[in-house]
Design a binder for this molecule. Structure first.
Ligand SMILES: [Zn+2]
Length: 286
């Protein structure tokens, strides 16, 4: 007799919100998102996930749980590095804590890595052997897939694209440096600078004329370093529509030297807000 496929639980922990999803037989069957209590920090979140995990449990518990965390993760040790947005996470063994709370095997990775994995397995990166996934949202992060594998680097810090410096005289970033890609182009940065919502600004051609060259400068560095087959951009700001993407591709073609013709294949995430959840599923799916 064939064994009935078990559910997989997927969790996406961000600075502003957190989401849960259930996958059954490779299909997303349930998902929900809630705001994160930033003041509550790590104890609140772990307690919250324990409660949700129990509420969501079907007759049979899920086979495993994949977790995307919005900050650096030491993948080998399965410990959180730190969260720049929410306190109390430093060196926390989140997978072990949730295994104990939920009673099922858990595995975690940085959310941008899982965004890359999600888009690679089920979204806009299907069929690509190398892929750069960039999240353009409150912050900026990136996940890199090379030959179908996540590139994590020696210290699980590969893909910290948001903290390459584009302007040494620029504004101070959450990491302490000046003029980081994130401090210039993230949703938080442009909202702080202008006092206007990023989604509204990106519909304004005058704003885009100043914004896109800087956005392209950050991506140009990644394209010349990695030469990915495709770049997939996710996160809230990636929903600005095809005009943004067309202008970004044109600007990149202008900025990239003709003597180094790296390809410019830039696509919006196909899984919308669910790239990380799909990646969390793929991380633990049998
Ligand atoms: Zn920075």
């Amino acid at each position: 007799m064939l064994r009935k496929p078990k559910d997989i639980l997927a969790i996406d922990i961000g600075g502003a919100k957190h989401s849960l999803a259930l996958f059954h037989d490779g299909r997303l069957t349930r998902r929900e998102t809630w705001p994160t209590d930033v003041e509550g920090g790590r104890p609140w979140m772990v307690d919250r996930l324990r409660t949700l995990g129990r509420e969501w449990r079907q007759a049979e518990p899920p086979a495993a749980c994949g977790i995307g965390f919005g900050g650096p993760v030491d993948f080998a040790a399965q410990r959180v590095g730190c969260s720049m947005h929410v306190g109390g996470w430093e060196d926390f063994p989140l997978s072990a804590a949730l295994e104990e709370a939920l009673g099922i095997p858990c595995r975690m990775d940085n959310d941008a890595n899982l965004g890359a994995l999600g888009e690679y397995t089920a979204g806009a990166g299907r069929g690509c052997r190398s892929l750069l996934y960039m999240t353009l949202s409150t912050g900026i992060g990136a996940g890199i897939l090379m030959d179908g594998r996540i590139l994590r680097g020696a210290d699980s810090l590969a893909g910290e694209l948001g903290h390459i410096s584009l302007d040494p005289e620029g504004p101070v970033c959450s990491c302490g440096s000046r003029g980081c890609f994130e401090a210039l182009c993230s949703g938080r940065a442009i909202e702080q600078r202008t006092g206007r919502p990023p989604a509204e600004l990106l519909q304004d051609p005058a704003f885009r004329a100043g914004y896109i060259p800087t956005l392209a400068r950050g991506l140009r560095a990644a394209l010349l370093l990695l030469n990915p087959q495709r770049v997939v951009i996710g996160g809230g700001l990636s929903k600005a529509g095809e005009t943004l993407f067309a202008e970004l591709r044109a600007e990149l073609c202008r900025q990239i030297p003709g003597s180094l013709p790296v390809r410019v294949d830039i696509q919006p995430a196909a899984l919308g807000d669910d790239s990380v959840l799909w990646g969390a599923f793929a991380l633990v799916a049998p």
